[in-house]
Design a binder for this molecule. Structure first.
Ligand SMILES: [Fe+2]
Length: 259
């Protein structure tokens, strides 16, 4: 199932490329993101002690989680759900329409669809089937870890080669909104509707660290140097620097607790 899924995804994602230099980097970004999320899901599931079938299901969910992104970009030229469609629901629709999950039986099939559908919600529902909850937590951590990589790598390439849709259309003003900095200092996970600049969006991404579910994910956050790669991208502003330092301290404290 996993091998077939990977093969299908390779063909499906390549079918969207148009040869247009303004569109293709957006598809390439999601294609690469998908493989990386699947890999992150595999290692997180493994570290969490899932058996082989569970690890393979986690990897399959990683492959499936963003399949809706391709149609979203093709039809709306954006990755911003509020201006287009809920891409997680669209992923679930694509998987069903393509008959991809037919070889899978319940309860795995239901778990996969539920985890994919909920991978982008602000908070997971309180009442959830335990397997779906576990897999939703895995894919959410795996996704966050790779989105951090995407934004670090995007900042390092020349502007004309960047994905036009990744920054969601926020203006690059070189500033952060004071309310966003304050909310980050209060260890709140920020909401997209409060964001108004590219740097606000970067702080929002950093606030996802408060939502990580596994100590292993937090360890990857530290080991991959995510915070130290984000810091130089942010405005040289004392309140921002302090908020980022406080976040670093929070990570160290959580890691020490988990050790
Ligand atoms: Fe997603």
């Amino acid at each position: 199932m996993l091998e077939e899924l990977r093969e299908w995804f390779g063909q499906y994602s390549s079918s969207f490329y148009t040869g247009d230099a303004s569109d293709d980097p957006n598809y390439a970004l999601k294609e690469e993101h998908t493989y990386r999320v699947a890999e992150n899901s595999r290692i997180i599931a493994s570290a969490a002690g899932l058996d082989e079938a569970g690890v393979r299901l986690a990897e399959a969910i990683g492959i499936c989680h963003d399949v809706g992104r391709f149609r979203q970009y093709r039809d709306y030229s954006t990755f911003r759900d509020a201006d287009s469609v809920n891409h997680a629901s669209l992923s679930a629709t694509v998987l069903t329409e393509e008959g991809l999950l037919d070889p899978l039986e319940d309860p795995e099939r239901k778990t996969l669809v539920r985890a994919v559908s909920l991978h982008n919600v602000y908070r997971l529902p309180e009442e959830m089937d335990p397997a779906a909850l576990l897999h939703a937590r895995i894919v959410r951590d795996a996704d966050k870890l790779d989105i951090w990589r995407v934004f670090i790598e995007e900042a390092a390439v020349p502007e004309k080669l960047r994905s036009s849709a990744a920054p969601l259309g926020f203006p690059d003003t070189g500033r952060c909104s004071p309310e966003i900095v304050a909310a980050l200092s209060e260890r709140k996970m920020l909401r997209l509707d409060a964001v108004s600049t590219v740097d606000d969006f970067r702080l929002l991404q950093l606030s996802w660290v408060f939502d990580l579910n596994f100590a292993f994910s937090l360890r990857l956050f530290r080991e991959r140097g995510i915070l130290s790669s984000y810091s130089p991208l942010l405005p040289m502003d004392l309140s921002v620097t302090r908020a980022v330092e406080a976040l670093d301290v929070w990570v160290s404290e959580r890691l020490a607790e988990a050790a």
